[in-house]
Design a protein around this ligand. Structure first.
Ligand code: CTP
Length: 477
C-alpha cells in the first residue's frame, strides 16, 4: 500500500474529500492528473477527473455546496457526469461504471460498477492510476495494472486485451499514438498490432475528435514520430490520404524524383524546431500535396510537378472541409503558404528584378516571414555543400526583401488612390472601371513603373481614365 499525499495538495481536493466522506462514498482522482503527477509534467490546461463509487453527480453537487464560492454544477445526465469550475480548474465527476459498446458507436451502454470496473474501461494503464481522496485513505494509490511501472518503462499499454480497448473506442488508437509522441513513449507491440487490425474502425470516430488528437501530435517536438506510427498502422491513409499519396519514387529512363512523403515528414520536423505555430506546421505538412496529382515525366525536363502549388492550395480547402476543420483565416493562411511555397526560391537568382521581389512582398503580406521559415525548413538535402548553399541563397533572398521593403514600403500597401476618390473624380457609381484603374495603379507600382506615391498614382489614374473614356467632372482637382 503506497500513499502519495503530496500529489493532491491542491486545496480543491479537500472539498472533494469532505463531500465524499459526508456522503459516505469512496472517491478517487484518476487519469491525466495522476499520470502527469508521476511524470512530473507541467500541465498547462490542468483538469481533474474524479470517480465516485456511487453518483458522480451527487458528489459534484455536494462539493459545490462546500466550496466557498458555490460554483455552478453542469450536469450531463445522459452521461451520468457533472462538471464544476473551482480555482480556475475544471473538475469532472463520474460514477464508477462498466461499459459495453455496440459495433457502430463510440457511445457505450453504461451500468454502475466498482473502481476496478472503471479502471478496466480506461484507455491505458498509465491513465488508470487512481489516488483515493477519502480522509481514511487519503493519497492511497490504486494501480491494478502496474501503470506506474509502465510510466517508468515509458510504455503505452491497454488495461484489457488491446483489441477490446481499441475496438470499444477507436479514438484510442489515435490517443495511443498521440501519447507516444507527446511523452516519447513506446506503444507495446501487442497494442500496435491491435491498432493495425482495427484501423478501419477509425471511420466511426468524429472528424473533430480525430483532428483534435492529430493537432496534439502536430504540436509535439517531433511530429514525424506520431505520423510515422499512423502510417505504419494504416491510420494515415484514412485520415490524410493526400499525404500518403505522396509516397513512392518513380523511375523513367533512369530518372527518379524524391519521395515526397518522407521528405514532407522531414520538413515538418524541421519547422517544428523553429516554431510552435500549429498552422505553420500544417502548411509544412501540406506544402507538397499538389505533387501527387500533377506529377509528370517529360524527356526534356525529367520529372515535373507543374502548378502543384496552385493545385495544392485548392486541395487544402477540400481537405479542411472534409476534416470539418474551420474554413476560416487559418485555412486561408495555410492555403496561401502552400500557394507561395516555391516563390522565394524563384528570386534567388542574381538577375531577378526588384519587381519580382516587390510582388512576393505584396502577395505574402504579413505571412512573408512564415513563408521564409517554411522555405528554409524545406531544405532536406543530405549533401552538406548543397545544404549550405541553399541556406545561403535564402539569406540572400532575405537581404533582397529587406532592401526592397525599406525602399518601397510594399507590404500590405493600399494603392495610394482609393476607389472612392476615383468615383468622386469621375462622378461614378460602383462599376468595373474603378477596379480597372485601381489594378492598373497597383500593377504599375509592383512593376516599378511608378513610385508608391500619391501624386504619381493620381497622374496614372487620369491617364487610364482617359483611355477608358471617362470624363473628369471635377475640373479643379
Ligand atoms: N479516457 C479513456 N478513453 C478515451 C478518453 C479518455 O479511457 N477515449 C479516460 C482516460 O483514463 C483519461 C481520462 O479518461 O486519462 C481523461 O481523459 P482526457 O481528459 O481526454 O485525457 P487526459 O488523460 O486527461 O490527458 P490530456 O489532458 O493530455 O488529454
Amino acid at each position: 500500500m503506497k500513499y502519495y499525499k503530496e500529489a493532491i495538495t491542491h486545496p480543491v481536493f479537500n472539498y472533494v474529500t469532505q463531500a465524499a466522506d459526508q456522503l459516505g462514498i469512496n472517491a478517487y482522482v484518476i487519469g491525466g492528473f495522476v499520470r502527469d503527477f508521476f511524470l512530473q509534467r507541467e500541465n498547462t490546461d490542468l483538469d481533474i477527473d474524479i470517480v465516485a463509487i456511487g453518483s458522480g453527480i451527487e458528489l459534484a453537487k455536494k462539493t459545490a455546496e462546500l466550496l466557498p464560492h458555490h460554483p455552478k454544477v453542469q450536469v450531463f445526465k445522459s452521461y451520468g457526469t457533472a462538471m464544476l469550475k473551482a480555482f480556475d480548474i475544471e473538475i469532472e465527476f463520474v460514477g464508477a461504471r462498466k461499459e459495453s459498446y455496440a459495433e457502430d458507436s463510440r457511445n457505450p451502454a453504461v451500468e454502475p460498477g466498482s473502481l476496478q470496473d472503471d479502471q478496466n474501461r480506461r484507455d491505458f494503464t498509465i491513465n488508470a492510476l487512481a489516488l483515493q481522496l477519502n480522509q481514511a485513505n487519503f493519497g492511497l494509490l490504486l494501480d491494478p495494472f502496474n501503470g506506474l511501472e509502465d510510466l517508468q518503462q515509458k510504455l503505452i499499454k491497454t488495461p484489457l486485451e488491446p483489441g477490446i480497448t481499441y475496438s470499444d473506442d477507436p479514438l484510442r488508437m489515435m490517443r495511443a499514438i498521440r501519447f507516444a509522441s507527446q511523452l516519447n513513449f513506446k506503444i507495446e507491440t501487442k497494442s500496435l498490432d491491435a491498432i493495425s487490425e482495427n484501423y478501419q474502425r477509425l471511420k466511426i470516430v468524429s472528424k473533430e475528435r480525430l483532428v483534435s488528437e492529430f493537432n496534439k501530435i502536430m504540436l509535439t517536438k517531433k511530429p514525424s514520430k506520431g505520423i510515422k506510427l499512423m502510417h505504419s498502422t494504416n491510420l494515415l491513409p484514412l485520415f490524410l490520404p493526400e499525404l500518403t499519396q505522396l509516397q513512392g519514387i518513380d523511375e523513367v529512363e533512369g530518372q527518379t524524383h524524391k519521395d515526397n512523403f518522407w521528405h514532407t515528414l522531414e520538413v515538418v520536423d524541421n519547422i517544428s524546431r523553429e516554431t510552435n505555430n500549429l498552422w505553420l506546421r500544417w502548411a509544412a505538412l501540406l506544402h507538397d500535396i499538389g505533387k501527387a496529382p500533377t506529377k509528370k515525366f517529360n524527356k526534356k525536363n525529367g520529372w515535373i510537378f507543374h502548378g502543384h502549388e496552385f493545385i495544392g492550395a485548392k486541395m487544402v480547402y477540400k481537405l479542411f472541409k472534409r476534416l470539418k476543420m474551420p474554413l476560416n483565416d487559418k485555412m486561408k493562411y495555410v492555403q496561401k503558404l502552400v500557394l507561395l511555397s516555391s516563390r522565394p526560391i524563384a528570386i534567388v537568382d542574381e538577375e531577378v528584378t526588384d519587381s519580382a521581389v516587390r510582388r512576393l512582398i505584396f502577395d505574402a503580406g504579413d505571412y512573408l516571414e512564415d513563408l521564409m521559415i517554411l522555405c528554409e525548413a524545406d531544405i532536406t538535402t543530405k549533401n552538406p555543400a548543397r545544404f549550405k548553399r541553399y541556406h545561403n541563397n535564402f539569406k540572400k533572398v532575405r537581404k533582397k526583401i529587406k532592401e526592397v521593403e525599406e525602399r518601397d514600403h510594399i507590404r500590405n500597401f493600399q494603392p495610394p488612390v482609393s476607389g472612392s476618390e476615383i468615383m468622386q473624380t469621375f462622378d461614378l457609381k460602383p462599376c468595373k472601371e474603378i477596379g480597372i484603374i485601381k489594378n492598373t495603379i497597383k500593377e504599375a507600382i509592383l512593376d516599378g513603373d511608378i513610385p508608391n506615391e500619391y501624386e504619381a498614382a493620381k497622374k496614372l489614374m487620369f491617364r487610364k481614365a482617359e483611355e477608358l473614356g471617362l470624363v473628369n467632372n471635377n475640373i479643379d482637382v
